[in-house]
Design a protein around this ligand. Structure first.
Ligand code: F6R
Length: 593
């Protein structure tokens, strides 16, 4: 989604704004722009495409000590220069992240000559109108929420005023503080080169920022006191560290971050009990997420219902939020989100709270909206995830769901405490799988030129197929589908022809023979059969390639399979020359509906 960076201080602003925007590239964008103040007034430059295009159009050494920058991910109006930010109306220049739902209505009321198709330009016009009436930005920003319906993080500059104004509602915005000047940004990586100190703006709060001061006001326009936060990680952690792409770097970080996550929750059973305390009271669970977070929820459902015998329903947030639900007396809603800012997941959380249902969030980004608003948070320890396609966050989410199944299973006397030990081997197991990466690079060579690929599996293996398929298609643009193996003959098998790759995941002993009989069916139609299994398969007629994973407890087995699938997706995307870390049309943090 859109990224915002602004700077006011003693240094020239352009290098800081551009490097900040580059740090936010992972959010996804299709155009970029800046507005900065020179002796001659406000200069606006914007370009379609990569930040590099914008940089080429700028003299990075130009005098100018205050400015705002933006990367746009198109929502209202196509990606083009005119629709790019900043937008200027009268004395007001803004950058905006979010969606204004009533922009059409506002547009009709505002007598401006609008140039773009965006909702954001309407906000600039509205602020200009309010400013011409009030002549005081504090009053304008206090009033703004009364006019806008939707979500917004705004960076604002006013002609002739040496300040940056910032306000937010339901879109992230932080205020960075350093000796040489102050920043606004959508996310911490944008300021880390210059400072680790920042303020978190809450909904409807706003800030007035000068080169040596930050004033924060509450929603009533009263000055308020906020504590300065310190970012605990370092910028190095967010860089590629010698790897060709963030995606492969993040895949290889998994042994560490998975163990970091596990150690946070397991020292011994008492520790796990303390961390998960309270979950045992629920007799029905809904797990909600989007994309990969939804897929990991499906694995969680399989594990929690099998090992803790609790009914679990999993749904996609954008569906769930508009569906009627009947809640049990002790009902829990688990929201899964790496970013903690996904609009649909956040909407489900708010609806659940309004209805008085208990909520638990599994989140990576500390202090994000979902983490702050849920009744309880179980943080994963994935660290900053930069590649748009999630890998390490999915894996850590998977661990938390397994730990929930483990805790509830032990609590009910259905699992032995000894199973805890299985988790402590995770880093070694994952390292072994990663050591065999070359076999996946070879598999990629056999499939990357195809047009379609199918993943088949049953039960938990089907849930893994869904994520494996998403990973492959989003980074390689190769069409792929996940199918419940037993459903093939109800339609999809008609697509299988000579050499169509079918990747079968078979780890569930209860259903192994059933899936193998589906493998036979696709082999009979000439499919190129690749099997990922935790057991040797004696009938060599059933596969062209067998990828083995170690046979371990089912609570941790899925993680090993997923690493294999992530590597296949990565190598296929590489062979197809794709922009692996920033697949087209995608954004890292989906803060609009
Ligand atoms: C796919 C992917 C997305 C996200 C989804 C939810 O690789 O990354 O499907 O899983 O957009 O994002 P979060 O977890 O931030 O809520």
């Amino acid at each position: 989604m859109c990224g915002i960076v602004g700077y006011i201080g003693k240094d020239k602003c352009l290098p800081k704004i551009i490097s900040g925007l580059e740090s936010l590239e992972y959010r996804g964008y299709d155009s970029a722009g800046v507005a900065y103040v020179t002796k001659k007034g406000i200069v606006i430059k914007k370009e379609q495409g990569r930040i590099a295009n914008l940089k080429n159009s700028l003299n990075m050494d130009e005098e100018g000590y205050m400015g705002i920058g933006h990367t746009r991910w198109a929502t209202h109006g196509k990606p083009c220069q005119i629709n790019s930010h900043p937008h200027q109306c009268g004395k007001i220049t803004i950058v905006h992240n979010g969606i204004i739902e009533n922009y059409d209505e506002l547009k009709k009321q505002l007598a401006y000559d609008f140039k773009s198709e965006t909702d954001s330009e309407v906000v600039a016009a509205l602020i200009d109108k309010l400013y011409s009436e009030e002549k005081d930005m504090i009053k304008v920003l206090t009033k703004l929420k009364n006019y806008l319906i939707g979500s917004y993080a705004l960076g604002i500059i006013v002609e002739g005023d040496e300040k940056i104004y910032a306000i937010r509602k339901d879109s992230p915005l932080i205020i960075g503080v350093s000796e040489n000047g102050n920043f606004i940004a959508s996310d911490v990586p944008a300021i880390l080169e210059y400072t680790k100190m920042y303020y978190l703006l809450l909904n409807d709060e706003f800030a007035v920022i000068t080169k040596d001061n930050v004033d924060i006001y509450d929603q009533n326009g009263q000055l308020c006191t906020k504590s300065l936060m310190t970012f605990e990680g370092n910028r190095e952690a967010a860089m590629k560290n010698g790897y060709e792409h963030y995606m492969i770097k993040e895949i290889f970080e998994q042994p560490k971050v998975v163990m970091d996550t596990i150690k946070e929750y397991i020292v011994d059973y008492e520790h796990l009990k303390k961390r998960m305390n309270g979950l045992e009271k629920y007799n029905a669970i809904d797990i909600i997420g989007c994309g990969s977070a939804y897929h990991v929820g499906l694995v969680g459902k399989s594990l929690i219902s099998k090992y803790a015998k609790i009914p679990v329903n999993v749904d996609i947030a954008s569906e769930y939020r508009y569906t009627e639900h009947i809640y049990d007396k002790n009902h829990l809603i688990i929201l899964i989100s790496q970013s903690g800012e996904t609009a649909d997941t956040l909407a489900v959380l708010r609806k659940a709270k309004a209805e008085g249902i208990d909520t638990l969030a599994i989140v990576n980004v500390v202090g994000s909206s979902i983490a702050r608003e849920a009744d309880k948070v179980l943080y994963i320890k994935a660290g900053p995830e930069i590649a748009v396609a999630t890998t390490k966050a999915y894996m850590c989410q998977l661990m938390i769901l397994s730990l929930i199944a483990l805790y509830l299973g032990i609590n009910k006397g259905l699992l032995d405490e000894k199973v805890l030990c299985e988790f402590t081997k995770m880093d070694e197991l994952l390292k072994d799988v990663l050591d065999n990466k070359d076999e996946l690079a070879e598999v990629a060579k056999t499939i990357y030129k195809n047009n379609d690929i199918f993943f088949i599996g049953r039960k938990v293996d089907y849930a893994l197929c869904m994520e494996a398929s998403l990973k492959l298609k989003e980074v390689s643009y190769l069409h792929s589908e996940a199918y419940a193996a037993g459903e093939l003959k109800h339609g999809t098998i008609s697509l299988i022809e000579e050499k169509t790759p079918v990747i079968s995941i078979i780890t569930d002993d209860d259903i192994r023979l059933k899936t193998l009989s589906n493998v036979k069916e696709v082999c009979a139609r000439g499919a190129l059969s690749i099997i990922i299994s935790n057991e040797k398969i004696t009938d060599k007629q059933l596969y062209d390639k067998l990828i083995l994973v170690p046979k371990v407890h089912e609570l941790i087995s899925s993680a090993l399979v997923m690493v294999k699938c992530q590597l296949i997706a990565y190598y296929v995307a590489k062979l197809r020359g794709c922009d692996i870390d920033k697949p087209r049309n995608l954004a890292k943090s989906v803060t609009v509906e």
